[in-house]
Design a binder for this molecule. Sequence first.
Ligand code: BES
Ligand code: MN
Ligand code: ZN
Length: 493
Amino acid sequence: MTILPAIAFAKPTNVKKGTVVIFAAQDADIVEEGIDIDPSGTLARAASAAKFKGKKKSTFEVLAPHESPAEKIIVIGLGKADELTASDWLALGGVMKKAMGDAAAVTVLAHELIGADEASTLAQGAILRSYSFKKYKTTKKDEDKDEPKAQKITIQCVEATAAKKRWADDEGVAKGVMLARDLVNEPANILGPEEFASRARALEALGVDVNVLSEKEMRKMGMGALLGVAQGSVRPPQLVVMKWNGGKAKDKPIAFIGKGVTFDTGGISIKPAGGMEDMKGDMGGAAAVTGLMHALAARKAKANVIGIIGLVENMPDGNAQRPGDIVTSMSGQTIEVINTDAEGRLVLADALTYCGQEFKPQFMINLATLTGAIMVALGKHYAGLFSNDDELAGQINEAGMSTGEKVWRMPIGPEYDKMIDSTFADMKNIGGRWGGSCTAAQFLKRFVGETPWAHLDIAGTAMASPSNDINTSWGSGFGVRLLDQMVRDAYEG
Ligand code: BES
Ligand code: MN
Ligand code: ZN
């Protein structure tokens, strides 16, 4: 368990002990009027000696002068303060957390500088940066372990009361992100389909309705595509259906669907050994959907939301499916399985069909660590966005820009559709050498009918993505903040 700092908001006062954080805009004076922690001007002299100019996200610290009530003063540069966006404040929270380390008592003097939303966002950045996954480290040095170091961060700002209210929501979202990270980081021996399903069931405590479909029930519904993937594993598949009813009874639900391959060996089309351990994270889409449901329920989102995750393990085995096998999906369409390593789309095919038929949602958005090719196309900073609906794609793109969880629109169309036609069945599960992410998306589109739909290929962003100001963990929790924001902006009243 990560030990997270306790967060508090308070109206500006004069009590300052322990570590104090203050902010400085580019080329401006550091200490604002009325902040009496540096009576002798030591800070200004030290800043000048250190050539600290208030550049955005730069930091600088001094031991507080002896006549100051504080012990240590950390100054954080803002750059051009009036141009800062929400994702800047989030990053600044992460920068601030890094600079303060484990200091027990930290007071952040934000005073008139920021409003309630920014204060809360700053706290969210600090919390997200605090996350680490070290539960299996038992013998390493102290700094490698999660020692219970209690830390309290008090943010002083004029709008403290409103900030506290906003924080109730933002903390819930942060917890959703961290739940997703935990699920992605967990090794596959500990987290198989059943174990994942029971973690999802824990969302019942937040008022989420959770229902788990067993292998038998899936067979009855004809989910031959999903079951074909699962048949090589001794661990039975699970389809988890989560419902959050925060909207009006008459509102059609919105739906999120996640690929939950708890481990992807490739099956009979087995992957090479190097780096295969990363395939414990092949449930990053399911983790994001679960984390999102946590976030929405925790902040009591005013929307009716369905979360569906298809959980399977893709293993090579005497009972595993073979290249050339033809499976019948729940939609009735048949699929020739050319490559058993293109399994995520098989799982999603049935999960999407089920979602569409059962819930007739306003839209379906699926998340999946679907293709290595998306990393070739976009690297690890953008998720691939594929959609049959420009408005939906626009909403996701907007949320991407405001949260910093960025997406880039990729094409689908008849050219790609042709590439997955099969000689023996309605389609095949791979489309040849080129455009691998696009043919994968095109495959999914065959299972969504007329419903507005978007597919996020998060293979590059959900795991092993570069550390940043608010994440230093292997699993990033990508998608939770993105879609939470999208729901807030476009689907709540
Ligand atoms: N889970 C992988 C995609 C992946 C690769 C995610 C690397 C994260 C990191 C997916 O199931 C897969 O194996 N895709 C194949 C598709 C191919 C067989 C058409 C791929 O990308 O190589
Ligand atoms: Mn695969
Ligand atoms: Zn996979």
